[in-house]
Design a protein around this ligand. Structure first.
Ligand code: KIV
Length: 306
């Protein structure tokens, strides 16, 4: 991947909205495409401000924000709620909604209907689906319905069980060829970009010269057109296992625990709230309250109450 210097930290107000032609142009120019996941309004605001090009509301939300142990359980309604929140926090990046497991496999009609929901109800610019094989047909149908589609090959977490677990794919000549075959099929039906996940760097490098659409890698080496990381992995928002391909750029979980712990201590030791955190009242108005309280307490002890 050749990466000529990008305009550094262009203020968000001056950044043009990222479009499909711009994404294709970036590939043609050899400019690195930067993609990250986001799942809610504040994470969307953060990635907007940081200047990423593409934002994926990944079904990794099942694990990162909903606490499941795989991406399989998350459904359309949850994904739409998260994608809508992300939409409200974004202005410039290209927004992709990840079609959850069970939302597109059954038929082209099901795939089109759910892709339309991402666009109509959540304001997404595109959708992503996993795998080659039957998914190629689904991708073709969605593209023909006028919705841009991103493909995803290599390690496809929705079907990790069938792949033998969360492990690198394409480590034999045969499985590497299958990744190439799926990627070529997805680009031939009109996918505007394809994610390569957990694929040996040499396999990506060998396939890249045949890729006409941008390839966004996650654990796929430096030769792809861009990179994607999961927001919670890159910022260290969770404490669990992170795959080999993750680079941590923050330790937000530790910061969150430290912040809440300091608050707990302050409340218990009477250090919070302080004067600056309280509201005032005009002394005459306070007298009014005192008068009321005196009268009220006299009435409460009046013998006539018997
Ligand atoms: O769901 C997700 O976060 C993804 C990325 C890892 C590409 O599919």
């Amino acid at each position: 991947m050749s990466t000529p210097p990008r305009v550094p930290n262009t203020p968000p107000d001056e950044r043009p909205k990222v479009s499909l032609p711009r994404i294709a142009e970036m590939k043609a120019n050899g400019e690195a495409l930067v993609m990250v996941t986001a799942y809610d309004f504040p994470s969307a605001q953060a990635v907007e401000e940081a200047g990423v090009d593409l934002v994926l509301v990944g079904d990794s939300a099942a694990m990162t924000v909903l606490g499941h142990d795989s991406t399989v359980p998350v459904g359309m309604e949850e994904m739409l709620m998260l994608a809508s929140a992300v939409r409200r926090g974004l202005r410039t990046p290209f927004l992709i909604g990840d079609m959850p497991f069970g939302s597109y496999e059954n038929s082209n009609e099901q795939a089109i209907a759910n892709a339309q929901r991402f666009v109509k109800e959540a304001g997404c610019d595109a959708v992503k689906l996993e795998r080659g094989g039957a998914s190629v047909d689904r991708a073709r149908a969605i593209v023909r319905a006028g919705i841009p589609v991103m493909g995803h090959v290599g390690l496809t977490p929705q079907t990790a069980t069938a792949l033998g677990g969360y492990k690198a794919q394409g480590r034999t000549g045969e499985t590497a060829a299958k990744i190439a075959e799926d990627a070529f099929a997805l680009q031939s039906v009109g996918c505007f970009a394809i994610v390569f996940e957990a694929v040996p760097a040499a396999v990506s490098a060998a396939i890249m010269p045949r890729m006409e659409v941008p390839v966004i890698g996650i654990g796929a080496g430096p030769e792809t057109d861009g990179q994607v990381l999961v927001f919670h992995d890159l910022l260290g928002i969770h404490t669990g296992h992170t795959p080999r391909f993750v680079k941590r750029y923050g330790h937000v979980h530790e910061d969150m625990v430290a912040g809440v712990r300091a608050y707990v201590d302050d409340v218990r030791l009477g250090r919070f709230p302080e004067q600056e955190h309280t509201y005032s009242i005009d002394p005459e108005e306070l007298d009014g309250l005192r008068t009321y309280l005196e009268q009220e307490s006299l009435a409460a002890t009046s013998p006539w109450d018997w």
